[in-house]
Design a protein around this ligand. Sequence first.
Ligand SMILES: Cc1cc2nc3c(=O)[nH]c(=O)nc-3n(C[C@H](O)[C@H](O)[C@H](O)COP(=O)(O)O)c2cc1C
Length: 176
Amino acid sequence: MKAQILPYVHSFPAPAVLIGCGTVAKPNLITCSWFGTVCSEPPMVSVSIRDNRFSYPLVQESGEFTVNIPRSSQLDWVIHCGTKSGRDTQKFADLGITPVACPALDSAPMIEECSLVLACKVKHQQKLGTHDIFIAEIVKIYCDEELVKPNGKADCFPEDQIVYLDKRYFIPKRLK
Ligand SMILES: Cc1cc2nc3c(=O)[nH]c(=O)nc-3n(C[C@H](O)[C@H](O)[C@H](O)COP(=O)(O)O)c2cc1C
């Protein structure tokens, strides 16, 4: 017989990404792992943001964000942007990284030093409880030139992305 325990948000492997919001002049980054793929055509992703985050109104009011995909060597960015608030500090300046305009968007900045960035426009927002889910279309992908593959897609450095699971950080290991 199985044990029965009370429901809670069980941990599954989740990407740890840096959501860029605000403007190039007043940029902010929030680490999010409640992030996922939700549709292939049009290409869409979702991110859940708690309503007390400084980033929440920035995403809600602009209807835009960038998804900056960090490499394992950038774990300190993930930790900083996931533990400090833009209310209290300027995270780009703290980390010595550069906010740059995203030509496909009106305001949300991307990280110049990040190899792979998705520019997203919010299509749906739904309050769930503590968090709202923002469902957004990927309108453009920016990546380092050397990452572009012959098929026009980007090499997503699969064994160097950061996975968050059970409050710990991992990198994926290929099985097959
Ligand atoms: C690995 C990690 C994942 C996180 N995922 C989320 C998330 O998906 N949604 C969210 O609202 N907060 C998430 N957080 C918490 C925020 O990143 C954190 O509260 C941050 O300081 C908010 O910044 P802001 O106030 O500048 O928006 C996460 C934190 C970490 C460390």
